[in-house]
Design a protein around this ligand. Structure first.
Ligand code: SF4
Length: 317
């Protein structure tokens, strides 16, 4: 990797990186929160949540002291709620076992809930400037094209990324690779003319950018049909709690006569496509359900979509 153009890459990053709030600090807790939010979620979606979450829980102690309900409420709408639960549980461990200091060694970090190899590498390199690799989808694409590997093995990618992290200042090298993949070496139509790696890039030399890397095989999408019922009276909606988040009754069959069909919404989660028909009507008492005020409880974005249908005038649904 001695030929790796680390200088060109770091100069490009220092000059051209997007100014994002989590890049204004190397505070380990803030770096950690941003990385958890950015897993499986786009930058634009994360932006408003990041500041709000840190206003609410400005330190690892504040997060550790918060109730799970409060953390889920602040996460409400970001999706993948196990991330929020793990983050809070890990914060409690950091306070209890590490004196509120986010560990700066791999072994202790990776032992915390929700922290895997990528997350440990991101925290160690970005917050502590230690030469640990990161491989996310962006880094995978850049490395694959740079070396002309259509289907690289995970091991090869991590070893190569480790050499990149060591080729310069780790926090700059790793962030630069991720940023390059997000903004220049994009899946479609990479802008090779602006790329600091262009002189060494195998895919560019052979014009094979579109074929590298080959898409990874994903499990086929599974369609799930559900029927949500909005049953509201003066005490609120009929809802139930599932691991800290509240949801409307979801039936596998239509509720039948006496229910007004309000519309349809769709939601994608991992490899499921959930198709939901939404109805209004009275279900009556149901085991495990109770009346709650919608605005007072944390909900998933699917539940929010379903609720929005009830609030939308019929001619705009
Ligand atoms: S030269 Fe093009 S294909 Fe190669 S790393 Fe840069 S943007 Fe990606």
């Amino acid at each position: 990797m001695s030929a790796f153009p680390s200088r060109a890459l770091s100069e490009w990053f220092r000059r051209d990186h997007r100014r994002l709030p989590w890049r204004e600090t190397y505070d380990p807790y803030r770096v950690w929160v941003s990385e958890v939010m950015l897993q499986q979620t786009q930058v634009e979606t994360v932006l408003p949540y990041y500041d709000r979450f840190l206003d609410r829980f400005p330190t690892v102690e504040a997060l550790a002291a918060a109730s799970e309900d409060a953390v889920l409420a602040a996460w409400s709408g970001l999706g993948y709620y196990s991330r929020a639960r793990n983050l809070r549980n890990a914060a409690r461990r950091v306070v209890a076992d590490h004196g509120a200091h986010v560990p700066d060694d791999h072994e202790r970090l990776i032992a915390l809930p929700g922290i895997g190899r990528y997350m440990a590498g991101a925290i160690l390199s970005i917050a502590y400037n230690r030469p640990f690799p990161v491989v996310d989808g962006n880094v995978r694409r850049v490395l694959s094209r740079l070396h002309g590997w259509p289907e690289p093995k995970e091991r090869t990618l991590w070893d190569t990324a480790a050499a990149v992290a060591r080729a310069g200042e780790p926090r700059v090298m790793n962030q630069a690779m991720m940023e390059l993949g997000a903004t220049v070496c994009t899946p479609n139509a990479p802008r090779c003319g602006e790329c600091p790696l262009r002189r060494r890039c195998e895919a560019r030399k052979t014009g094979a950018q579109a074929e590298i890397p080959l898409p990874r095989k994903r499990p086929p999408t599974v369609r799930v049909d559900l029927h949500a019922v909005l049953d509201r009276n003066r005490n609120g909606y009929l809802m139930r709690e599932d691991r800290g988040l509240w949801e409307f009754p979801m039936l596998t069959d239509p509720p039948g006569d006496g229910f007004l069909h309000l519309g349809h919404c769709r939601h994608a989660i991992t490899h499921h496509r959930v198709e939901v028909d939404v109805y209004r009507g009275a279900l009556g008492r149901r085991k495990g359900y109770r009346r709650v005020r919608f605005d007072a409880v944390p909900v998933t974005s699917l539940t929010r979509k379903i609720h929005a249908l009830a609030e939308t005038p019929p001619n705009q649904r």
